[in-house]
Design a protein around this ligand. Structure first.
Ligand code: SF4
Length: 60
């Protein structure tokens, strides 16, 4: 099962992960990215590759 985490202290709230994730794993809540649909993750690594603050970790 994929494990997707967002480091709240690093997240700058730009929402890039929400835009790039093809399966809507993330949602913005109170100007931070929240993982709301982890089971859908297809391990494409678009989110962690494009997050400018390296706030996202994706593990298999
Ligand atoms: S690795 Fe891909 S599918 Fe998984 S959360 Fe990141 S963008 Fe979405």
């Amino acid at each position: 099962m994929p494990k997707v985490t967002v480091d709240k202290d690093k997240c700058n709230g730009d929402g890039i992960c929400v835009s790039v994730c093809p399966v809507s794993v993330f949602e913005m809540q109170n100007e931070k990215a929240m993982v709301v649909n982890e089971d859908a993750c297809i391990l494409c690594h678009a989110c962690d590759a494009q997050c400018p603050t390296q706030a996202i970790t994706v593990e298999e």
